[in-house]
Design a protein around this ligand. Structure first.
Ligand code: PGA
Length: 249
């Protein structure tokens, strides 16, 4: 059984005080233990976030990192630095990183490797643009991103990998993929991983992301292959994130 994940990607939102208040509120709630709750605040607030959740089941993720452990890389954060403050997850290859910060598939692959080498679980994002979908190239794009991203991983790492299928046109737009379309791409991703890695792909958790909110989460979670959601906008409001985590209740 794959445990569902609800991961909140705060992007460049929420300052120190807001982070502290949000997490304290969350800690006082009855969160469903059948669901793994992951919060991904901006780098500057990872330390306080990690400290606040240390006696709970809530996990903290970074939104990005570099692949070297140290060195002359101004502005970057290393996997060892994240591990030292107890970070469990890292979002890698988000479409905003690919688009605004020119992140290549090769760089994403190196980061995934570096995360595993430091016992941090990658949440590896893939997704097609609107034009790619319109032109019928969506599966080709996903296949390319997946094969580049997982290049060199071993079976154990595939089991621990989290993939997030996030169609670029559904991110922050309010228009989601239909639950059926999302599920069909998610099961396609699992087929790709199965072809490459055999049955350990059954353990890989594959999330959907793109305008998920408490009103539509069940549609996605009722599907056969979707193992959770990566949520941007709707993770910024405390009530809404709590309701997402408690979607089974
Ligand atoms: P959204 O963002 O939920 O605001 O669409 C999702 C994401 O970018 O991970």
């Amino acid at each position: 059984m794959r445990k569902p994940i609800i991961a909140g990607n705060w992007k460049m939102n929420m300052d120190y005080n807001e982070t502290e208040e949000f997490i304290r509120n969350l800690l006082s709630e009855d969160l469903d233990p059948r669901v793994e709750a992951v919060l991904c605040p901006p780098t500057i607030n990872l330390d306080i976030a990690s400290d606040l959740v240390k006696d709970s089941e809530i996990k903290i993720g970074a939104q990005n990192m570099f692949y070297e452990d140290s060195g002359a890389f101004t502005g970057e954060t290393s996997p060892t630095m994240l591990k030292a403050i107890g970070i469990d997850y890292v979002i890698l290859g988000h479409s905003e990183r690919r688009e605004y910060f020119c992140e290549s598939d090769e760089a994403v692959n190196k980061k995934i490797m570096a995360a595993f080498n430091n016992n941090i679980r990658p949440i590896f994002c893939v997704g097609e643009t609107f034009d790619e979908r319109k032109e019928g190239r969506d599966r080709g794009v996903i296949k390319f991103q997946i094969s580049k991203g997982v290049n060199g991983l071993n079976q154990d790492q595939i089991k621990n990998l989290v993939v997030a299928y996030e169609p670029v046109w559904a991110i922050g737009t309010g228009s989601t993929a239909s639950a059926e379309d999302a599920n069909s791409m998610v099961s396609y991703i699992r087929d790709l991983l199965r072809e490459m890695y055999g049955s350990c792909a059954e353990e890989t958790r594959i999330l959907y992301g793109g305008s998920v909110n408490p009103g539509n989460i069940r549609d996605f979670m009722d599907q056969s292959d979707i193992d959770g959601a990566l949520v941007g906008g709707a993770s910024l409001k405390f009530d809404s994130f709590r309701d997402l985590v408690n979607f089974k209740k």
